[in-house]
Design a protein around this ligand. Structure first.
Ligand code: HEC
Ligand code: HEC
Ligand code: HEC
Ligand code: HEC
Ligand code: HEC
Ligand code: HEC
Ligand code: HEC
Ligand code: HEC
Ligand code: HEC
Length: 430
């Protein structure tokens, strides 16, 4: 019976070469990493983390399974899983959900360890997390709040600046929304679930998600990365003010600051909202139907009069600009040189923008300084526009006069030729 023996030898040789090829493909690390080789062999769910780890930030820094899960990656190559996953060798297995922050924090809160990889690595995530609403509730035994892995993922964690990361600015609203927009998941809590929808429609959401403008805030820019809690009333203006510095400074020195503090009104939010912030219009101030001032102020009060005054200043400037613009454009279309007036209109537009920010000072005197400055520029542009249009009129009249003159001249020449013709008629040539 030689035939089956030969077959066995051939099979063995094939198996050996296949194993060598497999090990070469896996590289030298996996030859000593029993966690990977055994899990890969068993396959299915146990091998899924290996695929995920391929692009993981930890793997790129040379960290592997045992750095997080513990155990001995040099043992168990013979198939003895207990030797590799040995609690005596630090094996912790899958951390319980309640222990994940400490599981990750073991390295991330250790400045000495972390700076060995990156001298500027922040190590405050766990401390901040503990102060957040998520961290506080987790400590009380709530298993539904976000822990590190809900926001960052597990096997396949990316650097926050990588566009594939779940905490890359453009991906953050979805990451938070996975829980916060899920009314079923959030049902046990007395918290609304409209933040993501509102945010998407807001000036901020449209700027970030539709135009990719990373200057606009994602959820974490207002709530903090790890300290996630609603910004309390006293801190909203500071948070908005990180980006809207002038509005914030004016608000803080306006009569609203102390009044809002006393009544515990939420500052910027009282007029703009928080998640559904829209592009403000000039009609938001004043005493018209869309004015928000009327939510809190009645006719006859100083605030009511101020609202009306500031609205008139702004709309006065705007209307005059509209008029100036139509004059200057007309002249420009007719080919007149109006660059100076166009510059004045541009400066007036800057004044209008400034005045809209000045609204937050609630001072008619202060806004009038800006609107008067704007009006001064507009009037110059009006003059320039008018004189350009007059110039056109003048040139047209001049043209008409010279045309008439040429016509008369031509007529004179014609008559003269006719007269000469009659005196000396041309003889027909035969
Ligand atoms: C010889 C094979 C083998 C080796 C080597 C091995 N594992 Fe496992 N591992 C298994 C098997 C089988 C299971 C599933 C059954 C179990 O939980 O024991 C498992 C499960 C796990 C789990 C899930 C535990 C759970 O509670 O479900 C983790 C985490 C894990 N291994 C990590 C490691 C790490 C880290 C190493 C290397 C230090 C390693 N394994 C080495 C075979 C192995
Ligand atoms: C950055 C730390 C970290 C690294 C590195 C890591 N794991 Fe995990 N692993 C975790 C955490 C945390 C969980 C628990 C996830 C959860 O509960 O959602 C987990 C869960 C698991 C599970 C349970 C099933 C699952 O997918 O949730 C297995 C199996 C596992 N890891 C194997 C591995 C293997 C094998 C490697 C190396 C290729 C590895 N892990 C690398 C942190 C890590
Ligand atoms: C509620 C979601 C959330 C939770 C929970 C969370 N993170 Fe983060 N994490 C973020 C966001 C958002 C960023 C920042 C992205 C950025 O900088 O734009 C971040 C950034 C990081 C960074 C990069 C360095 C830094 O500090 O900016 C590390 C490291 C990190 N987190 C680790 C952790 C650890 C460890 C935990 C658990 C203790 C954790 N995170 C919990 C959302 C979260
Ligand atoms: C064994 C130590 C260790 C453990 C445990 C660990 N990490 Fe890391 N982590 C690192 C190191 C080292 C880096 C690379 C730091 C760097 O380059 O700035 C890193 C990087 C990161 C980054 C990218 C940092 C950035 O600047 O964007 C995130 C996010 C992160 N880890 C989250 C986690 C989470 C979540 C857990 C728990 C599931 C965890 N880590 C567990 C050591 C660890
Ligand atoms: C795993 C699900 C989950 C994820 C992901 C998550 N959260 Fe939460 N969050 C919760 C739960 C549950 C609460 C508790 C509700 C409460 O406060 O009673 C909460 C509470 C909050 C609160 C406090 C609300 C209040 O008024 O008490 C804020 C703010 C918050 N989360 C912001 C965020 C932000 C920002 C992100 C993303 C960076 C995020 N969350 C990601 C589940 C999650
Ligand atoms: C422009 C800043 C800003 C952005 C961006 C932002 N929030 Fe908020 N958020 C606030 C303010 C302000 C409050 C109300 C705080 C208060 O009144 O005490 C709030 C409140 C909350 C609350 C408490 C419940 C509620 O609705 O009042 C949750 C939960 C929350 N935000 C989640 C999110 C999520 C998720 C995102 C991203 C989709 C997000 N926020 C984006 C500023 C912001
Ligand atoms: C991280 C920076 C940042 C933070 C924080 C921030 N904003 Fe903004 N905001 C922007 C940017 C950038 C735009 C311009 C978006 C665009 O181009 O449409 C903007 C636009 C606006 C607008 C519309 C302006 C216009 O002329 O259309 C309002 C109103 C506004 N933000 C109010 C707020 C309030 C109120 C807060 C705090 C609750 C806040 N913002 C927090 C960056 C920020
Ligand atoms: C009392 C109501 C009120 C409060 C409080 C308020 N605003 Fe406004 N805000 C307005 C009105 C009204 C306008 C529109 C002015 C216009 O267009 O004529 C406006 C316009 C804006 C604009 C667009 C114009 C510009 O300056 O670019 C931004 C941005 C803005 N507000 C941010 C803030 C911030 C940040 C805070 C908190 C520090 C805040 N607002 C507080 C009423 C308010
Ligand atoms: C959320 C309520 C609220 C809104 C909206 C609001 N205010 Fe006020 N305002 C107050 C409170 C409260 C005071 C302090 C008590 C008072 O004078 O009525 C105040 C005071 C003032 C003052 C100082 C009055 C004085 O006697 O010195 C002016 C001016 C003012 N507001 C203008 C405005 C304008 C303009 C708007 C619209 C853009 C506006 N307010 C919107 C609540 C509000």
């Amino acid at each position: 019976m030689r035939f089956p023996e030969q077959k066995l030898i051939v099979s063995l040789v094939f198996l050996a070469t296949a194993t060598v090829a497999f090990c070469q493909e896996q590289g030298p690390a996996s030859q000593v990493n029993s966690c990977i080789s055994c899990h890969l062999e068993i396959g299915d769910e146990l091998a899924v983390p290996i695929e995920g780890m391929k692009g993981d930030v930890h793997a790129t820094k040379g960290l592997s399974c045992a750095d997080c899960h513990g155990g001995d990656p040099t043992a168990g190559l013979d198939g003895d899983s207990d030797a590799a996953m040995d609690p005596a060798k630090g094996y912790v297995g899958i951390p319980d959900r309640m222990k994940i922050p400490e599981f990750c924090g073991r390295c991330h809160s250790d400045p000495v360890y972390m700076r060995g990889f990156n001298p500027r690595a922040a190590t405050d995530q766990l401390d901040r997390y503990k102060t957040s609403r998520h961290g506080q509730l987790l400590r009380k035994g709530d298993r539904k709040v976000a822990t590190c892995t809900d926001c960052h993922g597990v096997h396949g964690i990316q650097n926050a600046r990588d566009s594939r990361s779940s905490v890359y600015p453009l991906n953050i609203p979805e990451t938070c929304g996975r829980c916060h927009a899920d009314s079923e998941y959030m049902q046990p809590y007395d918290v609304a679930t409209d933040q993501l929808d509102d945010y998407r429609k807001s000036v901020h959401g449209m700027a970030l998600l539709e135009r990719g403008d990373q200057a606009a805030p994602a959820c974490n820019d207002c709530h903090g990365n790890h300290g996630a809690s609603p910004p309390g009333a006293p801190s909203v203006a500071f948070i908005c003010g990180q980006c809207h510095l002038n509005n914030s400074e004016m608000f803080l020195s306006s009569p609203h600051k102390t009044a809002f503090d006393e009544l515990e009104l939420p500052e910027c939010e009282a007029c703009h909202g928080n998640h559904a912030i829209e592009h403000p219009t000039d009609e938001m101030i004043g005493v018209g139907e869309s004015s928000i001032c009327l939510d809190c102020h009645e006719e006859g009060s100083k605030a009511y009069d101020t609202a009306a005054l500031i609205h008139d200043q702004i709309s006065g400037l705007k209307e005059r600009m509209f008029y100036a613009d139509s004059l200057v454009s007309q002249a420009e279309r007719a080919g007149m040189e109006v660059s100076e007036a166009l510059f004045q209109l541009k400066d007036a537009d800057d004044a209008l923008i400034k005045a809209r920010t000045m609204v937050h000072s609630l001072s008619g005197d202060e806004t009038s300084i800006i609107t008067e400055e704007g009006l001064g520029l507009v009037e110059q542009a009006v003059l320039a526009g008018k004189s350009a249009l007059e110039e056109i009129q003048f040139r047209r009249k001049g043209l008409a006069v010279s045309l008439l003159f040429i016509l008369i001249l031509a007529l004179g020449v014609y008559l003269k030729i006719k007269e000469l013709d009659q005196k000396h008629p041309i003889r027909e040539v035969k």
